[in-house]
Design a protein. Structure first.
Length: 277
């Protein structure tokens, strides 16, 4: 069952117009929201980011906060899974002809839910691989837009290299992953790129910083270089579906001799507590 423009219908019966600008141009925004034990996790923060993306793209928010919550809770009832991943997409809507400029349209809203099965700590402790690539995306990566061709191509590169993620750099500075935020530990301090137009300010990113502070780990939101990345004591990536994942090899070079660091373990444990608080 999915939600489409005010209706709950079977997924195989859901359809949109070929003139929908989301279909034609990727003209829309989205959110991915985790659900743990039937509780929507950090919904206010996700809806706030959705609003920021809508404002940045001049799309009118079709619902108020309480309406979004009611829709999401109703959709969750159609699944027996306690842990789910909600995908919420808002496009500019259906136009009469294909043109790049736009008029005021009625937004198209699509939401689906899929089982969320996070990796266990034991699975994560084996460590994961990443590769690096120049960040050639546009200058508004802070908008969670559905036009993700660059990210798709990066993710395909990772797949071809049997890597978990592509870590991106711009002017020698690490920005983020193709589908994640990036962190390093060096000399007991956690570093991550500051928020701005070159990264998406992830909700999970904020939770990592919150957990690090709770674990008495110093946090420094400042840009760091490729050299810093490769010389780090620990490297992590984060996203709503990955949570906090340790990276132990980058471009075939081991990080911390391929060993998981103690700081990751502490932050991971605290994050798990937040999920069910």
């Amino acid at each position: 069952m999915v939600f489409l423009n005010g209706e709950f219908i079977p997924k195989d019966q859901a359809s949109i117009s070929v003139m929908d600008r989301g279909f034609l141009f990727g003209d829309g925004v989205y959110e991915v929201i985790p659900v743990y034990n039937n509780q929507i996790f950090r919904l206010d923060e996700h809806l706030e980011r959705l609003q920021n993306s809508l404002d940045s793209t001049h799309i009118t928010n079709p619902y108020k906060k309480d309406q979004w919550q009611k829709i999401l809770l109703e959709l969750l009832k159609h699944s027996a899974e306690k842990n789910q991943s909600l995908y919420l997409q808002v496009t500019r809507g259906v136009d009469s002809i294909r043109k790049h400029s736009f008029d005021k349209l009625t937004a198209t809203v699509f939401i689906e839910s899929n089982p969320l099965i996070p990796k266990t700590k034991t699975e994560l402790e084996k460590g994961y691989c990443a590769i690096t690539q120049p960040d050639f995306r546009w200058e508004r990566c802070d908008i969670k837009a559905t036009s993700l061709l660059a990210n798709i191509m990066y993710s395909q590169q990772a797949k071809q290299h049997q890597a978990e993620e592509v870590i991106l750099h711009r002017d020698d500075q690490i920005t983020e992953g193709a589908t994640s935020n990036v962190f390093i530990i060096k000399d007991n301090t956690l570093f991550t790129h500051p928020t701005g137009k070159h990264i998406l300010s992830g909700i999970t990113r904020d939770l990592v910083l919150e957990s690090a502070n709770a674990c008495s780990i110093q946090v420094n939101q400042t840009a760091f270089s490729i050299t810093d990345l490769m010389a780090a004591d620990e490297v992590w990536i984060s996203s709503s579906t990955r949570e906090i994942m340790p990276i132990t090899k980058i471009d075939n070079q081991l990080i911390n001799k391929g060993q998981i660091g103690e700081h990751w373990s502490q932050v991971y444990d605290h994050y798990q507590q937040l999920k069910y608080a």
